[in-house]
Design a protein around this ligand. Structure first.
Ligand code: ATP
Length: 550
């Protein structure tokens, strides 16, 4: 199938802000695409060629992409850079510049979807010696056969940012509409496989029955079940009747998958971090029976056996070099709290059974492998939950989790059946969309950050300017990042792509017509940079509204 057909769909979708129209256009297209191309088209409509858990990325720096465009069009790099500034992105710039293109390849065949897809995937496979020049060769091949509009979307797919306003929700609706399958069945299949391409293929080939047969499979991470805020320990325990209370550790959530001999560790964003923390893979191998399983736990960094800042943990999972030294410097401990699969899927079992099975199968004799500290609480011994909270805080942890022991594991859901109670007031996860350079001592730093949360249909809505809370070192590295993602600049102000996630604390939520969210925050302070979170994890206007005390 011609790539141009997909482009026509992209443009039609980008041309409307109405979600229903976007869904209709996509659904019509999904019906037309053959079953082998469909999974690829689904990924490409999401602006990528890899499933969400894939470790692979195309890894082509913006600069190289711009160089490739300059070469194909026959202009200087600085001309491409100027155009990027004007258009706001490299894809848009490519489209404009192609109008000036001096050499056209006369006999080139039109690009096929399959060809574009497989070439973009190839980029990720190239590593080592001369990898950048080999990558460039592939990109040049694609771009020189492309028309202007094709170049626009090839560039955007390389950068994994299609900018047509389509998220997973719209894709799911479109699959449901195209193949007449129930949304509930489809959502479940998606939750369990995390693979919308596969879900679309099965929906097309086998309908609801086929979707119903899809299940968890070790090796493929699932979106974690998330917690709501508890309005008070007493309240939560009363609500659940009977509950499981556990220490809430402040580290990184790990989903541990063992399939045959292979162990893979995924973060909550489904990034595979096994290579960064190889010692953990070893400890886990020693502590679990030789069966296929999926378990979950929180991994924390320690010093003298005490938990240390979450930032150390982040540094560990991001590290690519000198891992041996990091293993020595920052020892890790795992606290397991759930078991999603053991020989078979366990997610439909109540938590009480999943936990007791976990306790049976894990050997905790290694210091690094632990079960989360846990007590069973009913209305009669409610005070024990408070004791556990106080003890957890005294030991340097974050608070407690309160969970309903009767409940199944529901991937990707933030429900009332799992609640968190923390010592610190609640914070907000926001994305940075702009910034302003400082004055005086801080003229070289971006000192104030314009941040946004998600509105309906995932549109970003500004909510505050945050100016404090960061030390000079962090400010400097954040300023570098901001420049990397810069899309526009005027005076001391810049706009950036929404890539940097910050966790911010504040004293109060207030109504504010000044910000697009309609609300703002008093005295916002940056608590930390959340490299473990992505755009999908930021807070929503809806949540802010629900927390507004009036
Ligand atoms: P937070 O920023 O508060 O960690 P979050 O958005 O990352 O929140 P939530 O689901 O709101 O995630 O809070 C639960 C998180 O707490 C889990 O994702 C997990 O990483 C962590 N956690 C620590 N200890 C436990 C535990 N015993 N059981 C479940 N989750 C735990």
């Amino acid at each position: 199938m011609k790539y141009q057909e997909l482009i026509t769909v992209y443009e039609a979708i980008a041309g409307t802000t109405k979600r229903l129209e976007k869904t209709d256009i996509l659904a019509e297209f999904f019906k037309k695409v053959n079953v082998d191309t469909l999974p690829k088209v689904v990924l490409m409509a999401l602006g990528t060629v890899f499933p969400p858990w894939s470790e692979e990325e195309q890894g082509l720096a913006d600069k190289l992409l711009m160089k490739a465009i300059a070469e194909v069009v026959g202009v200087s790099l600085s001309m491409v850079e100027d155009q990027v500034r004007e258009q706001g992105d490299i894809g848009g710039a490519a489209r404009e510049l192609y109008k000036k293109r001096s050499q056209t390849t006369f006999f080139s065949k039109p690009l096929e979807i399959e060809f574009v897809f497989s070439n973009l995937r190839k980029l990720a496979k190239i590593s080592g010696d001369k990898s950048q020049s080999r990558k460039i060769a592939i990109v040049l091949e694609l771009l020189s056969s492309a028309t202007g509009i094709e170049a626009k979307y090839i560039a955007r797919t390389i950068l994994e940012e299609l900018r047509i306003g389509v998220g997973e929700g719209t894709i799911r609706d479109a699959i449901s509409l195209a193949f007449n399958v129930d949304k509930v069945i489809l959502d479940r299949a998606h939750m369990l496989t995390n693979d919308l391409g596969l879900v679309a293929k099965v929906a097309k080939e086998k309908g609801e029955e086929g979707l119903g047969q899809l299940n968890l499979s070790p090796g493929k991470p699932v979106k974690p079940m998330l917690a709501q805020l508890s309005e008070g320990i007493d309240n939560s325990v009363r609500e659940m009747g009977e509950s499981i209370c556990e220490t809430k550790y402040d580290g990184i959530r790990l989903q541990i998958h063992k399939k045959e001999d292979e162990i893979n560790l995924f973060t909550r964003r489904l990034e595979n971090v096994s290579l960064a923390i190889p010692e953990m893979v070893g400890y886990i191998k020693k502590s679990f029976p030789n069966e296929n399983f999926i378990a979950e736990g929180e991994i924390i960094a320690t010093k003298n056996n005490k938990p240390i800042s979450f930032q150390y943990m982040l540094q560990r999972v991001r590290r690519k070099y000198n891992i041996e030294k990091a293993i020595e410097d920052v020892p890790l401990k795992l606290f397991l709290f759930d078991l999603l699969y053991f020989k078979k899927s366990m997610i439909d079992e109540p938590l009480a059974i999943r936990r007791s099975t976990l306790e049976e199968v894990v050997d905790t004799s290694l210091d690094q492998i632990n079960l989360s500290e846990m007590i069973k609480v009913t209305c009669e011994n409610r005070n024990d939950a408070l004791d556990l909270f106080n003890k957890s805080i005294a030991e340097g942890h974050e608070g407690i989790m309160i969970k309903d022991p009767k409940e199944p594991y529901i991937p990707g859901i933030r429900g009332k059946k799992m609640q968190k109670f923390k010592a610190e007031p609640e914070s907000l996860d926001v994305v940075v969309v702009g910034g302003t350079y400082g004055i005086g001592r801080r003229t070289n730093f971006i000192g104030s950050y314009k941040v946004a949360i998600k509105g309906e249909d995932d549109e970003l809505k500004t909510v505050a300017h945050v100016a404090t809370g960061l030390d000079d070192e962090t400010l400097a590295s954040l300023t570098d990042l901001m420049n990397k993602y810069k899309v526009h600049e005027k005076g001391t102000k810049i706009d950036v792509e929404p890539k940097i996630i910050l966790e911010i604390a504040y004293s109060e939520i207030v109504k504010s017509p000044e910000y697009e969210a309609g609300y703002s925050l008093r005295f916002p302070v940056v608590k930390r940079i959340r490299k473990d979170k992505g755009l999908a994890d930021i807070d929503t206007v809806e949540r802010l509204k629900s927390m507004f005390k009036g």
